[in-house]
Design a protein around this ligand. Structure first.
Ligand SMILES: O=C(O)C1=C[C@@H](OP(=O)(O)O)[C@@H](O)[C@H](O)C1
Ligand SMILES: C=C(OP(=O)(O)O)C(=O)O
Length: 443
C-alpha cells in the first residue's frame, strides 16, 4: 500500500544523529561472511530491505546467518566454492546491488538459480553483468532485453577473463570479481573511471589476493586470484555517506541549523557530494577522521550555508552517483546555475532519476533543464515555492530528496509514496524529525 508523506518548512535543525550503516558495505559483508570459513560478525549492518534480502539469499545459498539480540549479525560461511543450490527463487526486492553481485557469485558455481525482484528491479538492465559472466561460462535465460526474472546456470568449469567495463559501475566490476573467486587463475576488470572500491578493500580484508595496477591506456586493472582461502572476520560498517547526504543538505538549507553526524564513511570514491557541496560554499567539517576496519570514517559537522551554483565535473559522477537527486535539491536553493553532466546512468537506477528530478523540481517552482545526460538547475538564491506532490516511482532517493525539499521550501512538499525509503534508510522520518524536521503522514 502506498505511504504518502508531507514535509513542511522546519524552523532550525540541531543535534546529533547516527545514520544507518552503509548499504554497499553491508551487502558485501554478508556475501563475504557467507564465503569465508568460520565465524564472521558484522556490527552496524544496515537493516534496510535491500540488505535483508541479501541476508535471506545467503541463507538460501547455504550459509548460516543470524541476527543476535545485541543487533549485531553472525555468519558461518561455506568457504569459496561451497555455496549450494537455492531451492526457491532469489527475490532481490528493489536492490540492484544485491541482484548483480549475487549473479556474479553464483555464476561460477555449478548449479542453477532463479532471480527476480520488484517492478523497479525487473525493469533494470542486467546484460551489463550477464554478458561478461557468459564469457566466464555461465548461461542466462531472461526476459526480453536481458531483464529479470532470470535463470543463471552456473559454469561447471568457469574460465577467467579480462574485461573492460563499458560503463563506470562498481556493481558490474564486483560481479565479475566475485565470479573470479571460484574460477581458476586470474580474473581482471579494467575500469577507465574509478568506482567505489569496497569489494576490493573487503575481499583483501577477508584474505583474498586482489591486485590493483595502473591499466595500459589509463584507469585501473583489478585482478583477483581464484580459490582464495577466505577466513571469518569482524566487520564494522560505517554510517552511509549516501544516507548522510539527506540530513546534510537539510541542515545546509534550513537557516540557523547545525548538526553532527558521527561515524560516516568518507571513502574518497564515495565522497564526491561533500566535495561538490563545499565547492558551492557549504560549511561541512570532517572531525575526528579515522580508519574503521579498512574504511576511512569521520564525524560530519554541518552548518547552514548560502550556496552558489557551480559546474559539477562529469568525472566526479562515479563518486556521487546516488547523490545527484539530493544535490539537485541543494542546487535549487543556490544562487546561480548548477550544471550536472555525465548522468546517463541515472536513467537506469530505481527510477529514471533525471526525469523524476526534473519533473519534481519544476513542480516545486524551480527552473530546470534536462538533456539525455545532464541536469541544469537555475537557482535564484530565493526559496523555491514547493507546494507540490511528487511521484516517487518507488525510488527511495527521490522520496527522501523531495522530503528534504519540503523542509526548506516556502510551502510543504508531499510525496505520493515513501515506502521505498525502507530499502536504504528505515528510520529516515524519525531521524529527520529528531533533528527538527516536520515530516508527517499526508492525506
Ligand atoms: O556497488 C555498489 O554497492 C553500488 C554501486 C552503484 O551502482 P552502479 O554500479 O550501477 O553504478 C550505486 O548506484 C549503488 O547504489 C551501489
Ligand atoms: C542505485 C541504488 O541502489 P541499487 O542499484 O542497489 O538498487 C541506490 O541506492 O541509489
Amino acid at each position: 500500500m502506498a505511504k504518502p508523506l508531507i514535509s513542511s518548512r522546519a524552523a532550525q535543525l540541531a543535534g546529533s544523529a547516527r545514520v544507518p550503516g552503509d548499504k554497499s558495505i553491508s551487502h558485501r559483508a554478508l556475501m563475504f561472511g557467507a564465503l569465508a570459513v568460520g565465524e564472521s560478525t558484522v556490527t552496524g549492518l544496515l537493516e534496510g530491505d535491500d540488505v535483508l534480502r541479501t541476508a535471506a539469499c545467503m541463507r538460501a545459498l547455504g550459509a548460516e546467518v543470524e541476527r543476535l539480540p545485541d543487533g549485531s549479525w553472525r555468519l558461518y560461511g561455506r568457504g569459496v566454492g561451497g555455496l549450494t543450490e537455492p531451492t526457491d527463487v532469489l527475490d532481490m526486492g528493489n536492490s540492484g546491488t544485491g541482484a548483480r553481485l549475487l549473479m556474479g557469485l553464483v555464476a561460477s558455481h555449478p548449479f542453477t538459480s532463479f532471480f527476480t525482484g520488484d517492478a523497479s528491479l525487473r525493469s533494470r538492465p542486467m546484460r551489463r553483468v550477464s554478458d561478461p559472466l557468459s564469457r566466464m561460462g555461465a548461461r542466462f535465460v531472461s526476459r526480453d532485453g536481458g531483464r529479470l526474472p532470470m535463470a543463471v546456470v552456473g559454469a561447471e568449469r568457469p574460465t577467467p577473463i579480462t574485461y573492460e567495463l563499458p560503463v563506470a559501475s562498481a556493481q558490474v566490476k564486483s560481479a565479475i570479481l566475485l565470479a573470479g573467486l571460484n574460477t581458476p587463475g586470474e580474473t581482471t576488470v579494467i575500469e577507465r573511471e574509478a568506482t567505489r572500491d569496497h569489494t576490493e578493500l573487503m575481499l583483501r580484508n577477508f584474505g583474498a589476493t586482489v591486485r590493483v595496477e595502473a591499466a595500459e591506456g589509463g584507469g585501473l586493472a583489478i585482478t583477483v586470484t581464484g580459490y582464495p582461502e577466505l577466513t571469518g572476520r569482524a566487520v564494522v560498517v560505517p554510517a552511509d555517506p549516501s544516507s548522510a547526504a539527506f540530513p546534510t543538505v537539510a541542515a545546509l538549507l534550513v537557516e540557523g541549523s547545525e548538526i553532527r553526524l558521527p561515524g560516516v564513511g568518507i571513502n574518497p570514491l564515495r565522497a564526491g557530494l561533500y566535495q561538490t557541496l563545499r565547492d558551492m560554499g557549504a560549511d561541512i567539517r570532517f572531525d575526528n577522521t579515522r580508519d574503521q576496519a579498512g574504511e576511512p570514517v569521520a564525524d560530519l559537522v554541518v552548518r547552514a550555508s548560502r550556496l552558489k551554483g557551480i559546474d559539477v565535473p562529469a568525472e566526479r559522477a562515479p563518486s556521487m552517483i546516488d547523490e545527484y537527486p539530493i544535490l539537485a535539491v541543494a542546487a535549487s536553493f543556490a544562487e546561480g546555475t548548477t550544471r550536472m553532466s555525465g548522468l546517463g546512468e541515472l536513467r537506469v537506477k530505481e527510477s529514471d532519476r533525471l526525469a523524476a528530478m526534473a519533473r519534481g523540481l519544476a513542480a516545486c517552482g524551480v527552473a530546470v533543464e534536462e538533456t539525455q545526460d545532464t541536469l541544469i538547475v537555475h537557482g535564484t538564491g530565493r526559496i523555491p515555492a514547493g507546494d507540490a506532490t511528487i511521484a516517487t516511482h518507488f525510488d527511495h532517493r527521490i522520496a527522501m530528496s523531495f522530503l528534504v525539499m519540503g523542509m526548506a521550501s516556502a510551502r510543504p512538499v508531499a510525496v505520493d509514496d515513501a515506502e521505498a525509503i525502507d530499502t536504504s534508510f528505515p528510520n529516515f522520518v524519525a531521524l529527520m524529525n529528531g533533528l527538527g524536521g516536520k515530516i508527517g503522514a499526508a492525506e
